[in-house]
Write a protein that binds this ligand. Structure first.
Ligand code: GCU
Length: 428
């Protein structure tokens, strides 16, 4: 009797691990066992129809009306005029990456009054003889996990003491979501000629349906966000304020980047803040680059029920009539134009619906072309042209950030921001 019990107890950790993996896989990646369809011609064209000539004119009534529609239907107001203030850079590591650069952080406060929110932006500045482009990454991992060996400031104001998720859970996290789901491969961005900035979105507005609405309502105006996605988009803008004021950064070449929920907010930031020079929106899915009318994958209704705080409260009214929703995401991509955007996808990440993202990109392509820029230049979902205005990227695998993705991101950012810089501005 005792031997079977011992046998069972010895295998218990493995059984628990298998159970946890299965639960995670089944709930957030649709098992990762399907493949996204590559067939796009047999599906309905995105609706509503898009007047590209009108919406691409900066400040035109048609452009402003379309942005307003996105605010009214999905995202709530862009918090225009909300105060942003920041202190001085604090040195974290003067010999970062064996002396290739420095790692520094700055506290940024958004809002006014007692419940203004302060978050920390950590930036790796490469040693260079002139201003360099920068990419700002918004993360779901704590900064302590993004820069695991550095004494950055943790959310509670103390210093980081290593990554947040370690051991079996940390291993599981990277097995499922990829090597670079948290850790930033900064050296590879330096190699591409870029500075790298990063902040934890929840350090500004918590990613919590219980806490986010009150935190946003308390920011102190003049206009408050009513969706976490819009608040996070605004935090990209606040980070842009800080970086464009720094002489080490080229203010014309500031890009934003995010994975999944933060890919959604990165796209939005590029629409509402036109200083942003490029966007990497990796696996942004619903309310990002995927069509709200699509019935494949997660679907907007499922997302909005599971994460109501990501959208404005009124978005809930459309969930049982998505075929009638007054805006769709090809229009969001058209509003990004002509800002270059990389749309990253995984063939097994059916959850975020690569097929409808590709169709949205096809429909938005004309918005790039009308402004004299190449839009979507590839002819199928498996091609990649990093120099295109809409750089479509599809690799094998699931909902994750892996090494191949980093190559795609850095090539795209290099092609659009670094280009042929005079040698005096080269990163050493
Ligand atoms: C969930 C959510 C997606 C989101 C993703 C993420 O899976 O359903 O809409 O994109 O989280 O942010 O990783």
């Amino acid at each position: 009797m005792i031997r079977p019990i011992l046998w069972f107890l010895a295998r218990l950790p493995l059984l628990v691990l298998i159970l946890v993996v299965s639960l995670i896989m089944s709930s957030c990646s649709m098992l990762g066992m399907n493949y996204a369809s590559l067939e796009t011609t047999n599906k309905a064209a995105p609706e509503p129809a898009l007047d590209v000539a009108a919406v691409t004119v900066e400040g035109s009534p048609a452009r402003e009306a379309l942005k307003q529609k996105f605010e009214d239907v999905l995202y709530g107001p862009w918090p225009a005029g909300m105060p942003v203030s920041f202190g001085d850079w604090q040195m974290i590591d003067p010999e970062y990456l064996d002396g290739r650069g420095t790692l520094e952080e700055v506290a940024i406060t958004v809002g006014s009054g007692e419940s203004a929110s302060t978050f920390h932006l950590v930036t790796a500045f490469p040693k260079a003889s002139g201003p360099v482009p920068v990419v700002i990454n918004q993360t779901f991992s704590s900064t302590c996990s993004v820069f695991p060996d550095e004494r950055a400031t943790d959310e509670d104001g103390t210093f980081c003491d290593g990554p947040k998720i370690t051991g079996a859970l940390g291993w599981l996290e990277t097995e499922i979501f990829g090597t670079y789901i948290s850790v930033a491969p900064v050296g590879r961005y330096f190699d591409a000629g870029l500075a790298y900035a990063s902040f934890y979105a929840s350090d500004f507005i918590p990613d919590s349906k219980k806490e986010a609405p009150a935190a946003m309502a308390a920011l102190g105006g003049p206009v408050n966000p009513t969706s976490a996605l819009m608040a996070w988009a605004y935090s990209f803008s606040a980070a842009t304020d800080v970086l464009e004021a720094d002489p080490r950064i080229d203010p014309q070449e500031i890009a934003v980047m995010g994975h999944s929920r933060h890919g959604k907010s990165a796209l939005m930031a590029a629409v509402w803040d036109r200083r942003i020079a490029a966007v990497v929106a990796h696996q942004s899915g619903f309310a990002g680059a995927s069509l709200s009318r699509s019935h494949t994958g997660e679907r907007l209704d499922r997302m909005a029920k599971a994460y109501p705080h990501w959208l404005a409260p009124q978005a809930q009214e459309w969930l049982d009539k998505l075929d009638e929703i007054p805006v769709d995401q090809h229009e969001l991509l058209a509003l990004v134009a002509p800002t270059p955007v990389l749309l990253g996808n995984g063939r097994r990440d059916v959850w975020s619906d690569p097929n409808s993202s590709f169709r949205a990109a096809e429909a938005a392509s004309a918005a790039y072309e009308v402004t004299g820029h190449p839009g979507l230049t590839v002819s199928g979902m498996q091609d990649f042209d990093p120099a295109a205005g809409i750089a479509w990227w599809l690799r094998p695998g699931g909902h994750s950030v892996v090494s191949e993705d980093i190559d795609a991101f850095t090539t795209f950012l290099h092609d659009h921001l670094v280009r042929e810089r005079p040698p005096q501005y080269a990163v050493h």
